[in-house]
Design a protein. Structure first.
Length: 286
């Protein structure tokens, strides 16, 4: 299992890194559009839409994103769109998690299907805008999610259950997640943010990172924004786990050998990307 995982990771890096660091943002935006379409195909399958219907869902998501790109949405200031995304993720995500695995099938299938496609399209648009801002900015958002995940894993392994008397975060959805892991992930995000602000001030030659943009308003906004995004990365992860558990599937697909599917790799990014754009909009003024 380790060898396919390593090979897949190397192949992905060989494809993603040249696109990410290209002089023009176009290659990365186009590549991310393909990946988000694949995630939409997976989403359809997780919601009992298979065969031609799943392929059509992927194609529809690709057309929707391409239409936004062609229509100039990637270059526009869209604070109210990101505010709407925040409401949907915070309120809708909390509602879904409160209802749990058993509540998911009770949501009309058409609404589940459409909500997922909308969330994927908004995440793609946010990623495209982040790349337009600059590689440093986009990387700071991506690393925030990775840091939250890595620190959560190690804190969860080391301290899971020891500070809360064995209480789990969401045992019916993801039994392995602990509150200690969440707190460790938040701490990791803050540490990475502080380090990135320092690195920006010492070496920055391009666009400022998300952390620096927040810190330029106030240290409090950096702390609160970082904690908020770390928490929402957990929400994204838990919601995908909820959907997979309801569908009886361990992975969203086998598109990425050793890694599961595309959704398995981007679930935490789905809320974080648009919410990061919201924080930047608030910092710059609506």
């Amino acid at each position: 299992m380790l060898l396919p995982r390593v090979i897949t990771a190397l192949v992905l890096l060989a494809i993603l890194l040249p696109a990410l660091f290209a002089a023009s943002p176009t290659p990365f935006i186009a590549l991310s559009l393909v990946l988000i379409a694949a995630a939409a195909w997976e989403w359809a399958r997780l919601n009992q839409v298979r065969g031609a219907g799943a392929l059509a869902t992927g194609a529809l998501c690709a057309v929707l994103c391409a239409g936004l790109w062609w229509g100039g949405a990637v270059d526009r200031h869209l604070p109210w769109l990101w505010a709407g995304a925040a409401l949907l993720w915070v309120l809708g995500g909390g509602w879904l998690l409160a209802r749990g695995v058993a509540g998911w099938p009770q949501v009309p299938r058409a609404l589940r299907w459409a909500g997922g496609v909308l969330a994927l399209a908004m995440a793609w648009l946010a990623m495209a805008q982040a790349r337009r801002i600059g590689v440093n900015f986009l990387l700071s958002v991506l690393v925030l999610v990775w840091a939250a995940d890595v620190f959560a894993y190690f804190f969860g392994r080391a301290l899971g259950g020891r500070l809360t008397g064995g209480r789990k975060l969401a045992p019916a959805i993801s039994p392995g997640k602990s509150w200690e892991g969440v707190w460790g992930g938040m701490l990791g995000v803050l540490l990475v943010g502080i380090a990135w602000v320092w690195a920006d001030s010492a070496y920055q030659t391009g666009a400022a990172s998300l952390y620096t943009r927040l810190y330029q308003s106030s240290a409090l906004l950096l702390v609160l924004g970082g904690l908020f995004l770390a928490a929402m990365s957990v929400v994204g992860d838990l919601i995908e786990s909820l959907v997979k558990r309801s569908a009886g599937m361990k992975d969203s697909s086998r598109l990425l050998p050793g890694h599961g599917g595309v959704l398995d790799r981007i679930d935490a990014l789905l809320p974080v990307l648009p919410l990061a754009m919201l924080l930047v909009s608030l910092k710059d003024g609506l």
